[in-house]
Design a protein around this ligand. Structure first.
Ligand code: AHM
Ligand code: MG
Length: 311
């Protein structure tokens, strides 16, 4: 089939989103292409392994975490962007006036570096308070777009707005992202993605929720949220990272992991809950706030929530 049958990202977004938002999304896409090059060559460029430092979340920083953060931080300093919030930056990076707060996880799935797929996540918020507080929290309802990349073969970029979720495959020859999965709607659930080795850490209601949500489904867990979420979107299923005794508030971060994925799910006809309600309604008062995430087919998420709330 002719290449023109697959519109490129820039052309696809033109006229669909405001100009500054288009630049942010295409900037994320271009940065993803650059990071893909570094990932592909990492074993030959001495880019595997850790820097010996820890980040603000007290996690060991991989060399590629640093490389990825620099790539996205440089690419996303754009007109209309008031601040950047990155998993790898202790504090928000203030840029000045602008409508948008741009949050990103430059390299998601760090434990898979060099051995399996990793990805990147983006959330674009409009009108977020500069200093969210208890009386003026941020929430995922301020999202106007989100996106994530999975660096595999093919490398796939998923872009969500309120009306549509679309998937783009990377063409390495022309270095473009082309629409290959238009208007994604969640298929019926087939797979359940959760780290089962943590089952002894789950409170009783979480354990019952996981059991109910996973009923009749086959297990697949990669250790990269983005990869598991792509499977949920294209093959059908549910992804769960609930709170447990090691992470009582959950492990994943609200602004650049949970809410962007929740926005993708709701725009694609699925659901994303912490057990009590949509993750997009959870008040967020700190840049690196954590939470619980159960995301995917609405029926599976509802089964989780029912068991979770029953206590
Ligand atoms: P990261 O951003 O530091 O890589 O952490 C997030 C990752 C997710 O991609 C993945 O679902 C989860 O952490 C895996 O955690 P665990 O090893 O506890 O199952
Ligand atoms: Mg992550």
């Amino acid at each position: 089939m002719a290449e023109s049958a697959y519109p490129d990202l820039d052309g696809f977004l033109t006229g669909r989103v405001p100009e500054e938002l288009r630049a942010i999304l295409t900037g994320f896409a271009a940065a993803s292409a650059t990071l893909r090059d570094s990932l592909a060559m990492a074993p030959l460029l001495g880019l595997l392994g850790s820097t010996g430092e820890t980040n603000v979340q007290n996690e060991t920083t991989a060399k590629l975490d640093d490389v990825a953060n620099s790539i996205f931080r440089d690419a996303l300093q754009l007109p209309g962007v008031a601040r950047l919030i990155s998993e790898e930056e202790a504090e928000p990076v203030e840029l000045g006036d602008g409508r948008y707060t741009v949050c990103f996880d430059p390299l998601d799935g760090s434990s898979n570096i060099g051995v399996a797929s990793v990805g990147s996540v983006l959330g674009v918020y409009e009108g977020l308070p500069a200093a969210p507080a208890d009386n003026a929290p941020a929430t995922g309802r301020a999202l106007v777009a989100s996106a994530f990349t999975v660096y595999g073969l093919p490398s796939i970029l998923v872009v969500a707005t309120r009306d549509s979720v679309d998937g783009f495959a990377f063409n390495p020859e022309e270095r473009s992202w082309r629409l290959a999965f238009p208007s994604i709607r969640l298929p019926e659930a087939q797979y359940t993605s959760i780290n089962w080795t943590y089952r002894d850490r789950w409170p009783a209601n979480v354990a019952r929720g996981v059991e109910q949500a996973s009923d009749g489904l086959r297990g697949r867990y990669s250790g990269s949220m983005v990869e598991d979420i792509l499977r949920v979107l294209l093959a059908g299923g549910v992804f769960l990272y609930p709170e447990d005794s090691a992470s009582p508030g959950g492990k994943l971060r609200m602004l650049y992991e949970i809410c962007p994925i929740g926005f993708v799910m709701e725009s694609a006809g699925g659901a994303a809950s912490n057990g009590s309600g949509s993750v997009l309604d959870v008040p967020v008062t700190a840049p690196h706030q954590r939470g619980a995430l159960v995301a995917g087919a609405a029926s599976a998420v509802a089964r989780y929530s029912e068991a979770y709330l029953a206590g």
